[in-house]
Ligand binder design. Structure first.
Ligand SMILES: [Zn+2]
Ligand SMILES: [Zn+2]
Length: 165
């Protein structure tokens, strides 16, 4: 099972080229603000909310507003460069498009882990074919629970905090 590995492409330039092509196709204006948002987002390696991205972008473009970030993210989703996720806290999160993976979410601290498991993927296909030959087009696995720290285990640490050390 692939765990916490990087499912997103490392080549930000290629993603930026795709963005440029999308902008030109639709004859959309590019502004310094929008470009800063796109730049910042494409370098993101996790699942950002609009507010989180706004905070990051404001370090470079202090006057960027929420609506501009929101609209730019919608364009990024439309262009196929961003994937929108809902992890049950009523807040949309966005990640850079990449290889298929599923998620494990701590409902207390908001930790999000990514995984990809061949056995699970194949099992889904098996179940679908067993149930009358259903063709699976896409799926989403979201496992909600508690990280060791949130569960109150003695010496329980949140993988997120361990990673930052
Ligand atoms: Zn999967
Ligand atoms: Zn993810």
């Amino acid at each position: 099972m692939a765990e916490r590995s990087d499912f997103r492409p490392n080549d930000t330039d290629e993603l930026k080229d795709r963005w440029q092509a999308y902008i030109q196709d639709r004859r959309l204006n590019t502004t310094a603000q929008r470009e800063a948002i796109v730049e910042m987002f494409l370098r993101t390696r996790d699942h950002v909310s609009i507010d989180e991205l706004l905070t990051k972008v404001r370090k470079r473009q202090p006057k960027v507003g929420y609506a501009t970030v929101y609209r730019t993210l919608k364009l990024l989703v439309d262009s196929g460069l961003a994937v929108e996720r809902q992890f049950g806290d009523g807040q949309a999160r966005y990640e850079v498009v990449g290889d298929h993976h599923d998620h494990l979410i701590c409902v207390k601290c908001g930790l999000i882990l990514e995984f990809e498991d061949d056995e699970i993927e194949q099992l889904q296909e098996k179940i679908a074919s067993r149930l009358g030959g259903f063709t699976v087009l896409r799926h989403r696995h979201e496992l909600y629970g508690l990280c060791p720290k949130a569960a109150g285990e003695s010496d329980g640490a949140c993988p997120n905090e361990l990673r930052k050390k």
